[in-house]
Structure formats: structure tokens, C-alpha cells
Design a binder for this molecule. Structure first.
Ligand SMILES: Nc1ncnc2c1ncn2[C@@H]1O[C@H](COP(=O)(O)OP(=O)(O)OP(=O)(O)O)[C@@H](O)[C@H]1O
Ligand SMILES: [Mg+2]
Length: 252
């Protein structure tokens, strides 16, 4: 198996103004992690445990305080802004709230075209292709984000992420705002697209059913640390860390 990401002794510390003095929040502590090409790596853990911070740190949407992150053989943490630009398109992130990545004043077709390269004609053709893949009718090319349902909006955010031909996508609770029936459709879309484009996902969710359905391996986070990591079936059958055991019990 090819290693896509390797993370070694990663730390992220936020400083916040406390009542009397500055306080430190240890959002990530000594994280070691490997993500293999083509897998869905699930990340679970309670609110505030550092899941989003880890996702953002990987693709350098935030700077880290200590540690190393390699994407293939490239040490992402060492790249200059200019060098990083070459890699930016390979990484995407999809949030719980699709509005975060959609421009309210841009028709959805243009939103999908925005990150593309090529002539206008090529971009248009590709945007229509993507609309078709994400299940949005081509007649809706000129409609704005607010004219779509929540599920459709998330499809458009996914389409926008695909437009740069990424290799890796951080999916940060992408279905948590949606009805259960719509959730299923979107999860299946993620699976289809992964096969089609040979993608790798870091899939963050509170929902263990989603992890069971989707993830090849799973990491369990607690207070900024990954306390357990393993194949999904193994973690579900034989959780070793007391926190994982508690998490699985509370789900049943
Ligand atoms: N920009 C920031 N400034 C200060 N503290 C932050 C910042 N971003 C996150 N934190 C803190 O870092 C910790 C980890 O936050 P993070 O958002 O990664 O958690 P999470 O596991 O994604 O939680 P949730 O499940 O609620 O999304 C929390 O204590 C949070 O308050
Ligand atoms: Mg989060």
C-alpha cells in the first residue's frame, strides 16, 4: 500500500486570552498518523478533540507548531507559500455547511468552473460533466446557492471540490446537517466519486454508523491525541482504549 500522508509528532497549540493571562489550548498533541492512498480514513472523537484542526493542518490551511507532515515524499510543512500553491489544488476540504465554500453571488455552474484550468469552452464542458456526476440538472447551471436544497448545495460544494482534480479530500462532517435519507445519497456519491477519481478521504464524523459504512480505517481522538487507530472492523469488534469502548457503547 502506498502511503499518501505521513504525520510525525504533530502539535498545534492555540493561544487564547484567558481571564487573567494568555492560555494555551493544546488542540493537537504528538499526532502520528499514516493515511494510505485510496483509503477512507475515518476520524471520530468528541467535540473539541481536534478533528477539524488535524484536517486543516494536513492540507496546511493552518500552520502547525511542531512536527512533520509528508504528502508522498514532499514535506508539506517545509514548503514556501509559492511552492505550496502547486499542491493546493490536489487537496480539498468539504465542510458541514456548504455555504462556507459557495459564493452566494455566483451561479453554481461558475462556482464549479472557478478552480479549473483551460479555455472557457473546456471549462464549460467540464462543469456540465461535473454537474451530471453530482446529480444536478444542467438546466440549473445559472441558479444561485440559495435556490438549492441543503443536499443539493452540498452536492455543488462537492462538485466545486472536484473541479481542481484533487487527490485528497478532507470531508468534515459533510452530511451532519442533512436528513438521514439525503445523507445516504451523499455518502454514496462520495463512494462513487472515490472510485471514479481514485480519491483518498479523511472523513470526519460524529456518527459511528457512517464510519462503519464508509471507513477502511479509523482514528479515535480525545483531547488532541489519537488514542486508538486501526481497521474499522477491528476497532468495532475489539476496541482497546476505554474511551473507544465508551464511544461504541453509547452508540448501541
Ligand atoms: N482558531 C482557534 N483559536 C483558538 N482555539 C481554537 C481555534 N480553533 C480551534 N480551537 C480549539 O482547539 C480545540 C480543537 O478544536 P477542533 O475544532 O479541531 O475540534 P473538533 O474535534 O473538530 O470539534 P467538533 O466536533 O465540535 O467540530 C478546541 O478546544 C477548540 O476550542
Ligand atoms: Mg470540527
Amino acid at each position: 500500500m502506498e502511503t499518501l500522508w505521513k504525520v510525525s509528532n504533530l502539535w498545534k497549540i492555540y493561544e487564547v486570552k484567558g481571564e487573567f493571562k494568555k492560555e494555551k489550548i493544546y488542540a493537537l498533541k504528538k499526532i502520528n498518523l499514516e493515511i494510505f492512498k485510496g483509503e477512507i480514513f475515518g476520524l471520530v472523537g468528541e467535540s473539541g478533540s481536534g478533528k477539524t484542526t488535524l484536517g486543516k493542518a494536513l492540507i496546511r490551511l493552518i500552520e502547525i507548531d511542531k512536527g512533520n507532515i509528508w504528502f508522498k515524499n514532499i514535506e508539506i510543512t517545509k514548503l514556501s507559500e509559492k511552492e505550496l500553491r502547486k499542491y493546493r489544488k490536489k487537496f480539498q476540504i468539504i465542510f458541514q455547511d456548504p455555504y462556507k465554500s459557495l459564493n452566494p453571488r455566483l451561479p453554481c455552474g461558475y462556482t464549479i468552473m472557478e478552480g479549473m484550468e483551460g479555455s472557457k469552452k473546456e471549462k464549460l464542458e467540464k462543469a456540465f460533466e461535473i454537474l451530471n456526476m453530482i446529480g444536478i440538472k444542467k438546466e440549473r447551471f445559472y441558479d444561485y446557492p440559495h435556490q438549492f436544497s441543503g443536499g443539493e448545495r452540498q452536492r455543488i460544494a462537492i462538485g466545486r471540490a472536484l473541479s481542481t482534480e484533487p487527490e485528497f479530500i478532507v470531508c468534515d462532517e459533510p452530511t451532519s446537517n442533512l436528513d438521514v435519507s439525503i445523507q445516504g445519497q451523499i455518502l454514496n456519491l462520495f463512494l462513487d466519486l472515490k472510485e471514479k477519481f481514485n480519491l483518498t478521504y479523511l472523513f470526519i464524523t460524529h456518527n459511528l454508523k457512517i464510519i462503519k459504512f464508509l471507513a477502511d480505517r479509523v482514528g479515535v481522538m480525545l483531547n488532541g491525541e489519537i488514542v486508538e487507530i486501526g481497521k474499522t472492523e477491528e476497532i468495532f469488534e475489539n476496541p482497546k482504549h476505554p474511551y473507544t469502548q465508551k464511544l461504541l457503547e453509547s452508540e448501541i
